[in-house]
Design a binder for this molecule. Structure first.
Ligand SMILES: NC(=O)c1ccc[n+]([C@@H]2O[C@H](COP(=O)([O-])OP(=O)(O)OC[C@H]3O[C@@H](n4cnc5c(N)ncnc54)[C@H](OP(=O)(O)O)[C@@H]3O)[C@@H](O)[C@H]2O)c1
Length: 242
């Protein structure tokens, strides 16, 4: 998908990667951008329509579903990452609420618009979905679950002309990684790679130097082959009910 003249919804659009996604979408000629944020957002470009959207709030999701007309591209970007050690189960609940249940409910709510537009879904995941980071285990679990959801929705929606993409993100210089003293990619560079990967139709987008080092191995690997093999098990009647 080329996003010129397309309508896009981006969650967590007020800062970090989400804000960079909004700016890059504007540069690439998006027609309209719904910017989902928890707190009121103002943007000078009239193509940006702010939406109050806490991805854990069912009422917000219900209201947004009514406000969004045409939708070509949904980018599930909002996320949280907290340090923990699995001693407190509430950390898993918190991460799952934002990083898994939020995207799942938003996809479900906006699927009619996306099917109508023969659109695309981009889920911003993490390399932690593939190999857990031990200092953020609850985060890693939630991203692994969101990855499994991405793979499943990809199979369900293949027959509906809605494509589903994972962004396998490595470290990016945002508030989320303030505590990590490691090399980080600039958000402005990463979002270019995300939209370029989408334009090339990549199922899994590896948009930064750390993730790019894994791309070839992942795409040619046994897990990817199994994903495609399992997708073929889906009876056409189930795929059409998605
Ligand atoms: N930065 C990295 O190195 C890195 C690496 C791998 C993956 N990622 C993923 O990239 C995505 C963007 O992260 P980032 O680096 O831009 O992080 P960030 O700077 O911390 O921004 C997080 C964004 O998510 C929003 N958010 C959090 N909880 C929300 C909720 N309940 N409802 C709606 N919005 C919510 C925040 O809004 P508020 O301002 O209201 O809190 C903020 O806009 C996340 O999914 C993250 O897991 C990031």
């Amino acid at each position: 998908m080329d996003i010129a003249q397309k309508t896009v919804l981006i969650t967590g659009a007020n800062r970090g990667l989400g804000r960079a996604l909004v700016e890059e979408a504007l540069k690439r000629g998006a027609k309209k951008i719904y910017a989902g944020t928890r707190n009121a957002l103002q943007h000078p470009d009239k193509r940006v329509t702010p939406l109050t959207l806490d991805v854990t709030n069912a009422e917000d999701i219900r209201r947004v579903t009514g406000e969004v007309g045409t939708l070509d591209l949904l980018i599930n970007n909002a996320g949280i990452a907290l340090f923990d050690d699995l001693s407190d189960p509430s950390f898993i609940d918190k991460h799952m609420a934002v990083n898994f249940h939020g995207p799942f409910k938003i996809i479900h709510a906006l699927l009619p618009q996306l099917k109508h537009a023969k659109g695309a879904i981009v889920n911003v995941l993490s390399l932690a979905a593939l190999a857990p980071v031990p200092v953020t285990p609850s985060y890693s679990i939630s991203k692994a679950a969101a990855h499994s959801l991405t793979q499943t929705m990809r199979a369900f929606l293949a027959g509906k002309n809605v494509t589903v993409h994972a962004v396998m993100l490595g470290p990016v210089d945002t508030d989320m990684t303030r505590g990590f003293d490691i090399p980080k990619a600039a958000p402005e560079a990463v979002v270019k790679e995300i939209f370029d990967g989408l334009r090339r139709g990549e199922e899994d987008i590896f948009p930064d130097p750390v993730s790019q080092a894994m791309a070839a191995g992942w795409r040619g690997g046994v897990v990817k082959a199994f994903e495609h093999q399992y997708a073929g098990f889906l009876p056409p009647s189930v795929a059409s009910a998605a």
